[in-house]
Ligand binder design. Sequence first.
Ligand code: MN
Ligand code: MN
Length: 299
Amino acid sequence: MLLANIEDYIKAGRIAAEVREHMRKRYHVSRTLLDICEEAEGMIRAKGGEPAFPCNVSLNEVAAHYTAEPNDSIEVKEGDILKIDIGVHVNGSIADTAVTACYNPSYNILVEAAEHALKEAIRVARAGVKASDIGRVIEHTIKSYGLKPIQNLSGHSITRYTIHAGKSIPNIWTIGSFSLQQGEVYAIEPFVTTGDGAGVVYNGEVSNIYSIVSRKRTGSKEADTFLDMLWDRFKTLPFALRWLSDSNDVNHAREMISFLLKKKVVKAYPVLVEGNNRYVAQAEHTIVPTMEGAVVITA
Ligand code: MN
Ligand code: MN
């Protein structure tokens, strides 16, 4: 593998996999989303990594991008399907992986299809394979269950301190594509919904994950100081309000974030909701393609 920082990737991948497997085995019904996020992020830190983004805990028709608010009281209920998406970085080298916990037997098949599609995608992934061919395999596998892939969510290339580094690994066959490169890092992440789902997500009302887009001065000394603090802590990586309320008063942090959003130096990631409000499952691994096949760093 032609990765200079391969040791960091391997460590990030091992930590992410351990936390994901812990989350897979644990029974989450009656737990708050806040408790789940804090446990995942605490485990990452205890194992010597840093969260690469706030733990995503997306319920039911929310496909992605929900993280717990400070004091979030939402609980997982019997009948829910919960995507737990975990990011770990070690010196900026990122591993991204996800698992779906399902407490509704009628949706077990969504989870099975997502896991199966991921497995098939990894089977064909290697240096030189077109991303569109991976998308075709994912789409074909999901449709063989009579289910639908979410076509506007995709896997992605990963670079240092950048989770979405510009290249997309689609979950459907798409025209125009690139070939996977040896020494690059990619997340593959099929999302599955029911046959009567829209197969697309739209932006929901809630946003509680943010990242810095510019360090340009805002005209407010207080906001600039806050922005510099965010940069020191997170660089280009996403963060949550929750992470700011230990050292700052949460209302102050909320005010600062909303000002920085207005100044367009910080952006928000809205929750992504299935188009027909149907339930969604997800599976995800991070891989490094070689000529022989894919090395799964989050295995
Ligand atoms: Mn992820
Ligand atoms: Mn991802």
